[in-house]
Design a protein around this ligand. Structure first.
Ligand code: UDP
Length: 428
């Protein structure tokens, strides 16, 4: 069944073609029908404002492949970069600068957070973004649309109109989820924690359509505890050292440099691995320093799963993606910063679950490191809590929830040595 048969008045085919040239209209029509005739197509909307939205989308797409093989096709679109009008297109480049003044960011978060406020803001913006949003949905016909970014929920639902394919929101803010995420029209809204669900309900969502699953994390983070020695040998890290990995999200955010220098000056017996992410200036600055302790400095790396599994502790800002990955890798956390607003609840979660400590001053980071170096049993308590709290199945459970929106529901792929896939535990 083609999209036009399933959604007789749906976009892109039912959209008035006034915004399209005849050739564009033809190609949209042809692509949509051709693709749907073979396999269902899933569109993921994300943006590189931070590293977490991309990481979540990639983890879910990977899980879809693990669960359903080649039964469907997927596509990721950075809607800011590819479609936003005018200066909004630069949002991914602006984001690291915008969060450099955390209190101002926090003020913006709180002032804009609320159902009526969000409605008013989006109402103001709609005339400027409507054309681009309609162009996006017209250019990417899909049997299921998934957003992993708060700014795509209402805008894209508006652009789609009432006759549309199923629409799912996967909230990637672990605990404190802004009202931008929530729209009553979404068929399913997937959240990571019961507190995030409370926010969804407070924003008027139907309880039946909100599911608590967990933060989707790539399978590479969820492997059973590996051979640390082999990992360290491959990475060129020392075998017997206490190793702390320091990271500030995909953009190397927060006072990462001050934390690193405090650790360097502490005289503690450890090796420090610093991941500066996409922050080139920070990386250059760190490389120019004469370090007293053994130090490894990286820019953006795809090796975070192995870094986490080879580490004894992860020092990080309170990014939801990084926290969830650390839990799955069984590494305790020291949170040195958080973004006021959307990361507030992450700190409460980490401390409350006993999987890490909140150390907002560099000397507090040093104190915690000293404690865990001296008392391995204490550090192990955090490791055990991390393993208890981790939700390694989250991406796969989300994959199954997404597949349930397709018609027909795809059959799970058989795995080698198995007639049926092993059951995935129920969301908790
Ligand atoms: N990350 C990565 N390589 C790096 C630095 C970070 O792959 O060099 C990943 C990290 O593992 C996580 C994401 O970027 O998946 C950061 O997401 P998070 O939600 O923690 O923070 P954000 O950057 O979105 O604020």
């Amino acid at each position: 069944m083609t999209p036009s048969e399933r959604y007789p008045n749906s976009l892109p085919l039912a959209l008035s073609n006034d915004l399209l040239s005849p050739s564009q209209a033809d190609s949209a029509r042809h692509d949509g029908a051709g693709r749907a005739a073979s396999k269902p197509h899933l569109l993921f909307l994300f943006s590189d404002t931070g590293g977490g939205h991309r990481a979540a989308a990639e983890a879910i797409i990977e899980a879809l492949r693990l669960e359903f093989g080649e039964a469907m096709t997927t596509e990721m679109v950075d809607f800011f970069k590819a479609y936003a009008p005018g200066p909004l297109r630069c949002m991914p480049e602006w984001y690291p600068h915008m969060v450099k003044i955390p209190w101002l960011w926090g003020l913006g978060f709180h002032l804009s957070n609320g159902r009526r406020r969000v409605r008013a803001i989006l109402g103001l913006f709609w005339p400027f973004v409507a054309r681009a949003a309609r162009r996006l949905v017209r250019s990417h016909p899909a049997e299921l649309i998934v957003t992993v970014h708060p700014f795509a929920t209402t805008v894209i639902l508006n652009a789609l109109g009432p006759q549309r394919p199923p629409f799912v929101t996967v909230v990637t803010d672990m605990v404190t989820a802004h009202a931008f995420w929530f729209d009553q029209r979404a068929d399913t809204t997937i959240v990571a924690t019961p507190t995030a669900r409370d926010y969804a309900l407070a924003n008027g969502l139907d309880p039946e359509r909100v599911v608590v699953v967990g933060q989707p994390v790539a399978a590479r983070y969820c492997a059973p505890p590996g051979d640390k020695r082999a990992l360290r040998a491959r990475l060129g890290w020392p075998q017997d050292a206490f190793i702390a990995v320091l990271v500030g999200g995909g953009e190397g955010m927060g006072p990462l440099d001050r934390v690193a220098y405090a650790v360097d000056e502490s005289g503690l017996n450890l090796t420090l691995v610093i991941v500066a992410g996409r922050n080139e200036r920070l990386k250059a600055e760190l490389e120019a320093r004469a370090w007293r302790i053994p130090t490894f400095i990286y820019g953006f790396t795809r090796e975070m799963p192995d870094f986490m599994r080879a580490a004894d502790v992860l020092i990080t800002k309170a990014g939801p993606g990084t926290i969830a990955e650390a839990l799955n890798a069984g590494v305790p956390l020291i949170l040195y910063a958080h973004l006021p607003g959307q990361e507030d609840g992450n700190v409460t979660f980490v401390v409350g679950e006993g999987v890490g400590v909140w150390a907002p001053k560099p000397h507090m980071v040093v104190q915690t490191l000293a404690c865990w170096i001296a008392d391995e049993a204490e550090r192990r308590r955090y490791v055990e809590n991390a393993r208890r709290v981790a939700r390694p199945d989250a991406a796969r459970v989300i994959a199954r929830l997404l597949a349930a929106h397709l018609e027909p529901i795809p059959v799970p792929a058989a795995r080698p040595g198995q007639d049926q896939p092993s059951p995935v535990s129920a969301p908790g």
